[in-house]
Ligand binder design. Sequence first.
Ligand code: PLP
Length: 482
Amino acid sequence: MASTLGSTPDFNKILYTPLAEADPEVQNIIDKETWRQFSGLELIASENLTSLATMQANGSILTNKYSEGLPDHRYYGGNEWIDELEVLCRKRALQAFHLDPAKWGVNVQPYSGSTANFAALTALLQPQDRLMGLGLPDGGHLTHGYYTAKKKMTASSIYFQSLPYSIDHSNQLIDYKGLATQARIFKPRLIICGASAYPRDWDYAELRKTADEHGAFLMADIAHTSGLVAAGELADPFQYCDVVTTTTHKTLRGPRAGLIFFRKDSKYADDLEKRVNDAVFPACQGGPHNNTIAGIATALHQACQPEWKAYAKQVIKNAQALAETLVAKDYKLQTNGTDNHLVLWDLRPLKLTGSKLEKLCDLVGITINKNAVAGDTSAQVPGGIRLGTSALTSRNMLEDDIKQVGEFLNRAVQIALVLQKEAGSKLLKDFVRVATQGGEGLEGYKQVKELKKEVQEFARKWPLPGVDVSDLKRPAGISEDD
Ligand code: PLP
């Protein structure tokens, strides 16, 4: 019986063929995306650049294995190494957040932040129970109970009754008093804190007081800030919360997934461990993605090292340097600055929309996203943009480099104002037309080209984690000026 590669039947030969040969189309898309990440400035606050080691773990053979259940209690055989991996990942998760295993446990199986949140709600609440989360237009996340006048938008408002709290529009800080007052009427079973677009830290002690007044659970979703919390650079939600959820791919710099931490000694339930584990599987998910769990374990290992604190400190210093650069140019930032990795820029005084600046930045290789700012009247036309420094810090940039990025953003705004004038209408499509096609006697188009060239030259001076950039070539399908 032959057992060498020579005996591989034709139908299996593809199993040993590298991607570039097996599927050049997908390889080319990966190459183009690599080129884009190398040539541009990544300022999306919810993104980061994970490590080579994490990508290797995430792309590993562990993707082959089914392991429904928990270590030592699986519905499939062959899980001895997968059990070792999941136990290691859980240990590192508790270690990264300085948690006592006698008081806290963690489920590392959620596929993403949204599924982690829905599993957490499933664990804590009965259908139609009441929850309160920060409203989406005030910086909260969809999965914290968001709904509109016409539609319940996510499972968190479809299956539960939700009442959002808000920021105080006079200072754009969380309105803890307003929340307490609303809670006295609404009587929530759960209060959710944490946000997708809030540049300041949280007062968890104040939230705990309000939750206790109603015997409610307190849950923090620290998806955005978990890397900074692990480093001890932001307030510690674990001191006050019953459950803490997070994504693993934002400031924590791991693969795309979620974690749910649960308190073993919550005063409102002594069975949170079972509730959370049962909610993840079988209530909300199937088999865990073991390759991703390996990537999480690797990322958490990095977050346990002394260098992690230095990285987290630099992310914050960079966000503050970016804020100072913009404020020095008289631009308006929500709360006038930041405590964390993100800056919320209110463009309304400039009579510019978030959509236009996002589009213009895309054209010059700066990746940002439009975002609602306090007082926006239309969710369809957000008045600001959100900027984050996690990814650029992962490319080694320090404060002076970030100030240069602030200068590029300033130029982008000035060009957007020129284009808006040249477009002769308020419509985004006219703005895009003059930005991409120009026209007789129009200046904005030329300025877009110039800025794009400068941004590319600047961006390509920096390394890209997981990629040997010295060997990087412009892939097929990317034009000379991209
Ligand atoms: N929670 C918060 C606060 C977030 O900002 C996000 C995503 O941006 C999520 C949850 C959802 O995470 P995912 O996209 O992994 O489902």
